[in-house]
Design a protein around this ligand. Sequence first.
Ligand code: KG4
Ligand code: ZN
Length: 380
Amino acid sequence: MNLMNILAIETSCDETAIALVEASGGLRAPKFRIVSSVVSSQVKIHAPFGGVVPNLAKREHIKNLPIVLKRVFQNSPSTPSLFRVRASGSRTGPRGKFDLLAVTVGPGLEPALWTGIEFAKKVKRELDVPAVGVNHLEGHLYSFLLSKKAAGTTHKARSAKRRLDGFEFRISNFEVPAIALLVSGGHTILVLMESLAKWYMLGETRDDAAGEAFDKVARMLHLSYPGGAELEKLARKGRADTISFPRPMIHAKDYDFSFSGLKTSVLYYMKELSPSVFNVKHSTLKNDIAASFQAAVIDVLVTKTVRAAREYGAKSIMLSGGVAANRALRRALQAASRKLRANFFVPPFKFNTDNAAMIGVAGYMQYLKNKTRAIRAQGN
Ligand code: KG4
Ligand code: ZN
């Protein structure tokens, strides 16, 4: 299968991301080299508002896209000469040769999506290459193809810090049927994969996404937005068995989730407490609440993933999306997979939260599946 050079663009939320991805191997044995992947986060800009403000995101994307594109090329000492285009896309510079342009078309914030799409259209006109519109969730789903190992250990913090640019990702022991758990700030989805090209959604959240619940509880604990990672830090210092928070829908026969009741339970629990408890910056109780809440979320996610894996005889289990950066969740799902004798895949931390490398990967899969999707923003 011929090598394809893919330029991928992601602007569905508050990260402006562009990546250069080399892909080959076809649908049977895809492999990828991330030549360069740059993510510019707007987190600090949206933090005072406690959430992403769509028009602010749009303004920042417009400003950041050319800067990020430039950094993508600068960041790539290994960039072959054919990639050396002028970041401005000017015709006077040497023309780059790409085989494919992949851009996120949704779901996401519509004004944010459009900035990426308009930018991609400009690049497409300059470089005269085919383009595919990529579903952001397929990006997270296929990000497991960027896993460095399976079945053994997840990546140690040390290796996560190591630069992954230039590394070749080729997973060898992926077998179907497979169950994928996709947990992000906007979605919580269980997927059944019958082949690399064929997948079905088994269930999803009926209200808050797992990441959203993390962010809302983090806010109650006075952590800054988005608080998932900060909450995990507190949880590491707390005791998970201190408070018995509910595990919504854990015994339900379907594969749907619900996290809004759990979030409300945390709120009620905290309302009962004296405010002085939270005046102490690093109170033990705060740590215990974080640990107990996190344990409840993980319990539900792992239990339902395991049930799906048993029902469908899964030989592989994948974890992806921003919440996959949670070490306790990675450990729990990995241990559960081992018990089921299923191979476990999780991408390096760098590719859990939004990035364009995963859009390049999903773009390649989409291109091979020959599903052309119109390059039109598909909002939430
Ligand atoms: O996939 P992502 O970057 O954006 C969406 O597509 O939504 O996910 C962001 C979400 C946020 O809710 C963030 O709080 C959560 O992922 N997150 C975490 C951790 N790191 C990021 N949640 C729990 N533990 C973490 N370590
Ligand atoms: Zn995402």
